[in-house]
Design a protein around this ligand. Structure first.
Ligand SMILES: [Zn+2]
Length: 77
């Protein structure tokens, strides 16, 4: 199953019932963890970094952001 599909199912699940606050929080944490497995293109922050994490804006150069765990992809050039 694709991570994107997992995120969609979790989001749909959030709306299905009157979850407790704890249950709702667990869904959101799980959704964010899976979302970080979907590669996001690095962004350029003017004057600071040409390769920054789109999630937490930290400077990155690895396959994953070492600060928040976001999976990253880079321009093919
Ligand atoms: Zn990050």
């Amino acid at each position: 199953m694709e991570s994107k599909e997992v995120v969609e199912i979790i989001q749909a699940g959030l709306a299905w019932a009157n979850w407790t606050e704890n249950q709702r929080e667990a869904f959101i944490i799980a959704g964010e963890a899976v979302r970080k497995q979907i590669p996001q293109r690095v962004i350029k922050i003017e004057g600071i970094s040409s390769q920054a994490c789109p999630t937490c804006k930290s400077s990155v150069n690895g396959k994953y952001c070492s600060f928040c765990g976001q999976k990253l992809r880079y321009r093919s050039t």
